[in-house]
Ligand binder design. Structure first.
Ligand code: MLT
Length: 312
């Protein structure tokens, strides 16, 4: 009877709304990606996919919440590269980033941009580096907390220019952007899904994009490679997760709805305008996601150790 109920459950799943937990504040880059996916997945699943922003500790509060949720397919996590750096940045994570979740597939890789408040005293990357070096005691660099993509990118930037500055953590780079626009903070390394519109409007300054090639949406923005820092390259991959033990049929249904979303013309168009695109379908599978996450955890462990960053 239990088996029959289980099979019946998977076949009728979902029978109620699904919660998609976003580890950073509303209005930020992760939130933008999550809401676009949720909107499309709601149509495919026939139930509302409701976004819930659970912030704090660089995304690890949200990951803990989903790791502890019932494995019934009614709570999923949309996370990113921060899920692979957290094991090296937090001593006592209350979950296993790899084995504490079912992988639902990768979603998109988002470029990062080195940006500054509108009246920052530098017209290009070289001048920004010289100014930061000369004024490092008074420069504030915003991020979304230890383990966030903006934190990681800030580490790579400071390492690349051999200069440490004060960092200011926020609940997400949505709120951080408000302070950058207001001039309360000087610099930030953030994803194009958040910075593109402000760069285009001239409200903030942009010095480089962290991808090997320039972006179609920001053709005048040089790459870090052009700025002479080829090692300073990073893109923020995003993936979706369910609690460990979620039934295979439910994982398949969630992955299926996610793959439909990655082909949704609205999602593709919105991603394109924000400097990104859905991953190739071959990367949107749980198996590839698992292999990729395994490699990323190892990769960033050595980068973080080399950068001499102590875990919290
Ligand atoms: C980050 O890791 O920096 C986050 O993506 C910021 C955000 O989404 O608010």
């Amino acid at each position: 009877l239990a088996l029959a109920a289980n099979v019946a459950g998977a076949q009728t799943y979902p029978t109620k709304p699904v919660t998609m937990v976003i580890p950073f504040a509303a209005g930020g880059p992760t939130d933008v990606v999550g809401r676009l996916l949720a909107q499309s997945m709601s149509k495919t699943l026939g139930q509302q996919v409701i976004v819930e922003n659970t912030v704090g500790a660089g995304g690890t509060i949200a990951a803990t919440r989903v790791a502890r949720a019932a494995p019934d397919g009614y709570m999923v996590l949309l996370h990113h590269i921060g899920h692979s750096t957290a094991p090296s940045l937090y001593r006592k994570l209350p979950y296993d980033a790899l084995n504490g979740f079912e992988m639902l597939g990768l979603v998109t890789d988002v470029p990062m941009t080195v940006v500054a408040k509108g009246n920052f005293q530098a017209k290009d990357f070289g001048e920004m580096v010289r100014y930061v070096k000369a004024n490092k005691e008074s420069i504030n660099l915003a991020n979304a907390g230890t383990g966030s993509a903006s934190h990681l990118c800030g580490l790579l930037l400071q390492d690349a220019i051999s200069t440490k500055v004060t960092t200011v953590p926020y609940k997400g780079t949505g709120p951080a952007m408000n302070d950058l626009l207001g001039g309360q903070v000087d610099l930030m390394c953030d994803q194009t899904t958040n910075t593109t519109s402000y760069i285009k409007s001239g409200k903030i300054k942009a010095y480089a994009v962290t991808t090997p090639k320039r972006l179609a949406v920001l053709p005048d923005l040089p790459t870090t490679r052009e700025a002479g820092l080829p090692a300073f390259e990073v893109a923020v991959w995003h993936g979706m997760y369910a609690p460990k033990g979620t039934p295979g049929d439910v994982v398949t249904k969630l992955n299926g709805a996610m793959k439909v979303a990655l082909k949704d013309p609205l999602v593709i168009e919105r991603f394109a305008g924000l400097g990104t695109e859905p991953v190739a379908e071959t990367r949107a599978t749980p198996e590839v996601h698992r292999q990729f996450l395994t490699a990323e955890i190892a990769k960033w462990k050595s980068v973080i150790e080399k950068a001499g960053v102590q875990p919290e």
